[in-house]
Design a protein around this ligand. Sequence first.
Ligand SMILES: [Zn+2]
Length: 178
Amino acid sequence: MPREPRGASSPPTTPTHTTSIRVGIGYDSHRYAPRRPLTLGGVLIPSELGLEGHSDADAICHAITDAILGAASLGDIGEMFPDTDPANKNRDSVGMLEAAVRRISTAGYAVGQVDVTVIAELPRLAPHRDEIRARLATALGIDSQSVSVKGKSNEGMGWIGRKEGLACIAVATLIRKR
Ligand SMILES: [Zn+2]
C-alpha cells in the first residue's frame, strides 16, 4: 500500500516551548458604596456611586491580575496582597497588576492578550473603554489592540440587576518567553 504523502492527514507536530500558550481566568466583584471612587482598569470614572473594598476596588485590574497569575499557576491576588496587610489598604490596583506581570515575567512568561467583561448596570463603560484599554496595555506591556474590554448589563436580574455591585470576568493568555 502506497504511503500517504505528508499533509492534512499527518499528525500535528508537537508545539515547541517557544509557541506554548497558557490561559487563565479571573473573576472579581465589588459592592457599590457612596463617597467612594469608581476606578476601573486604572481609570477614575465620574459617578455618584463608587466601589467598596480594602484596596481601590478596581475590579477590572483584580480580575486580570488573577487571570495572569492563574495562567502561570502562580497563585492569586489574595495571596500576593493579603487584605490583612495594612500596606494593601487603598493600594493602587494598577500597581498590583504590574507586580503580577513582573512575577509571571520572572517565571518566563509574557502576557499575550487579555479579554475582559464587566457585568454591571452602571456606569456606562463605552465612553471610557479606550482610555481603560490604553491604561491596561501599558501595565501589561502589550499593545492596546491586545486588550479587549466589554460592558454588559445583567438585564435587571439578581444582585447586579438591583445595582448592589458589579462583577468582572477576565481571560488572559501568556506566552512562554524561553
Ligand atoms: Zn477586587
